[in-house]
Design a protein around this ligand. Structure first.
Ligand SMILES: *[C@@H]1O[C@H](CO)[C@@H](O)[C@H](O)[C@H]1NC(C)=O
Ligand SMILES: *[C@@H]1O[C@H](CO)[C@@H](O)[C@H](O)[C@H]1NC(C)=O
Ligand SMILES: *[C@@H]1O[C@H](CO)[C@@H](O)[C@H](O)[C@H]1NC(C)=O
Ligand SMILES: *[C@@H]1O[C@H](CO)[C@@H](O)[C@H](O)[C@H]1NC(C)=O
Ligand SMILES: *[C@@H]1O[C@H](CO)[C@@H](O)[C@H](O)[C@H]1NC(C)=O
Ligand SMILES: *[C@@H]1O[C@H](CO)[C@@H](O)[C@H](O)[C@H]1NC(C)=O
Ligand SMILES: *[C@@H]1O[C@H](CO)[C@@H](O)[C@H](O)[C@H]1NC(C)=O
Ligand SMILES: *[C@@H]1O[C@H](CO)[C@@H](O)[C@H](O)[C@H]1NC(C)=O
Ligand SMILES: *[C@@H]1O[C@H](CO)[C@@H](O)[C@H](O)[C@H]1NC(C)=O
Ligand SMILES: *[C@@H]1O[C@H](CO)[C@@H](O)[C@H](O)[C@H]1NC(C)=O
Length: 462
């Protein structure tokens, strides 16, 4: 129970300081069509799927040179294509280092891995411009080479990646992450950011990222606060039955939360399926991945609650990469799925956090933008590859198909993710809290009341 009290105080502190202060940056996120499904491990180089990535425009140097970056909460730091990068690797506009009077270059190197590719180069320090605000002497990677399809093929007019992970770009644990540098430079108050993606069918600059606070106009329903999972030195998530409560410095790799189960509801609200529970799963939140990934048997079991009419997609007898479905199955019924996340890293919870996803967010049209006119779709959930499975066979990656339905606040200082249902105007019930835990119920609603009180007083600020 203590955690909820802490969370309440934390939110109140935010509301009374950050949302009322000027030190908060709100920027639009663009949705950008690409011809590929972006995936963390590799790319699915196929079909004419109008998958999208989320872009953000950021200025670098003095005078300011503007670039679009892929928003990736799972990778470290900000890197840009440098003028040293051959145009075969860095296809679009590159940073003209010589033109920036504020740039300080170094001989320190960085290398950010993406699936089977990477971006490599040298670290520099320069002024970063976000909206009207500037952060000086900010660490940036100046990439002289990129490899792997996931960068080049999905990066139409994209000049780099804004990584908002917990570690910094050099991999040095003492280095500040992108968000921490904004806070260190007093550009924002708290080292946190919040993301709203909007619905799949909203194109253009409709998403939003807020640095230093959050936008209370973008969510509704109960507020859940979850601790981020740490990783051991071998890179394995510390989760489930083998969880050990480490004292001292923990290693953080991704925004990973404890995944509990996925529950499917019929249009009338009847629970029709719940994934069979083996152990708490490490669930990586990944804004740069198009689909979401679960163990194959769970994907199939969930899909069969929706439709029996599907075709596995695989290449040359390799593993199944995705499922092709008839879009009609996803538009004619108002089912919804709950992705439940445990409050504890080591065991399922009686009152899990819920990300509720309407069925219409779980089909990506293959021909055209419109789910209602497209003939074939890709199912929003796909089998996870072995490298992301724990020894007990669990593992999730929650990509855009799930994250679009949730308003998330990423708190670097407290290593916490706050999850609330995004206001997307879908006609499905708002998640309710489990009645079995009345104490946390009260606390959650205490938080909500505080939010709405502040809303009235300061609606002009956000
Ligand atoms: C970034 O992308 C948006 C949307 O496509 C576009 O309007 C804008 O001009 C781009 N900015 C840069 C610097 O290329
Ligand atoms: C850099 O400066 C040169 C010379 O002033 C100019 O021609 C060029 O367009 C500038 N490049 C960029 C990307 O600003
Ligand atoms: C990088 O190393 C080269 C060669 O060792 C040296 O000439 C150069 O001054 C160094 N640059 C910086 C910024 O330290
Ligand atoms: C690119 O950067 C790496 C460091 O990440 C360095 O080892 C390599 O020599 C650089 N290549 C070129 C062509 O400058
Ligand atoms: C930038 O400043 C202008 C006026 O000074 C203000 O209207 C606008 O909201 C600011 N934009 C951001 C992103 O802070
Ligand atoms: C810029 O930041 C780096 C690393 O954080 C630091 O070593 C350097 O002294 C800073 N430079 C200035 C001019 O503040
Ligand atoms: C990435 O993997 C694909 C096959 O999965 C391979 O064809 C490609 O060469 C790899 N790219 C790199 C940079 O290793
Ligand atoms: C881990 O240990 C800390 C400090 O002793 C305690 O507050 C926390 O509840 C423990 N977490 C779990 C999951 O047991
Ligand atoms: C709700 O829908 C499910 C599945 O379509 C059906 O089996 C069940 O009978 C319905 N329940 C009610 C109360 O209508
Ligand atoms: C999709 O389903 C609808 C109705 O269930 C049917 O009319 C249509 O032919 C199906 N499309 C494909 C490509 O199978």
């Amino acid at each position: 129970m203590k955690r909820f009290v802490v969370c309440l105080l934390f939110l109140l502190a935010l509301l009374t300081t950050d949302t009322l202060a000027d030190d908060l940056i709100r920027l639009p996120i663009f949705k950008h069509p690409t011809a590929h499904i972006s995936k963390r491990e590799d790319e699915i180089p196929l079909y004419n799927t109008d998958a999208r990535e989320y872009l953000i425009e950021i200025g670098l140097g003095t005078p300011v040179q503007k670039f679009n970056f892929t928003l990736d909460i799972s990778s470290p730091g900000l890197w840009v294509s440098s003028s040293q990068c051959p145009s075969t690797d860095c296809l679009y506009s590159r940073f003209a280092e010589k033109n920036s009077s504020s740039l300080r270059q170094t001989n320190s190197t960085f290398s950010v891995p993406y699936g089977n590719g990477s971006a490599k180069g040298f670290i520099g320090y320069d002024t970063v411009t976000l909206g009207n605000l500037t952060s000086t002497n900010h660490t940036i990677g100046l990439a002289n080479t990129t490899s792997g399809q996931s960068i080049t093929s999905s990066s139409t007019r994209v000049s780099g990646v804004l990584g908002l992970g917990i570690p910094g770009i050099s991999g040095d644990p003492t280095e500040l992450s992108f968000t921490e540098q904004l806070s260190f430079n007093e550009v924002i108050g708290k080292a946190m950011f919040s993301i709203y993606f909007n619905r799949q069918d909203k194109h253009g600059a409709t998403g939003q990222i807020v640095f230093g606070g959050f936008d209370y106009g973008k969510y509704k329903g109960p507020i859940y606060s979850l601790q981020v999972l740490d990783y051991n030195k071998q890179g394995q998530p510390n989760v489930g039955k083998t969880y050990t409560n480490i004292t001292g410095d923990k290693i953080y790799k991704y925004w990973t939360l404890p995944g509990q189960s996925v529950v499917t509801y019929a249009s009338n609200g009847t629970k029709i399926h719940e994934t069979e529970f083996v152990d708490v799963a490490p669930a990586i939140l990944d804004s740069a991945t198009t689909l979401s990934y679960l163990p194959q048997k769970d994907v199939v079991a969930i899909l069969e609650t929706i439709t029996k009419d599907y075709v596995p997609i695989q290449q040359n007898g390799g593993p199944i990469q995705a499922y092709q479905v008839n879009c009609t199955a996803f538009t004619k019924q108002k089912m919804y799925l709950d992705f439940q996340l445990s409050e504890a890293p080591n065991a399922p919870s009686g009152s899990p956090a819920i990300i509720r996803v309407p069925l219409r967010e779980l089909a990506l049209p293959q021909n055209g933008d419109d789910l209602y006119t497209a003939t074939t779709c890709i199912f929003g959930l796909a089998p996870i590859s072995k490298e992301f499975l724990t020894p007990s066979g669990t593992g999730w990656i929650l990509g855009q198909t799930v994250l679009r339905s949730v308003y998330t606040m990423y708190d670097i200082y407290y290593r916490e993710v706050i999850i609330i249902e995004a206001k997307n105007n879908y006609d499905i019930p708002i998640p309710s809290l489990s009645n079995t835990n009345s104490a946390s119920y009260k606390h959650y609603y205490a938080v909500l009341v505080s939010v709405s009180l502040i809303m009235m007083g300061s609606s002009s600020i956000l």
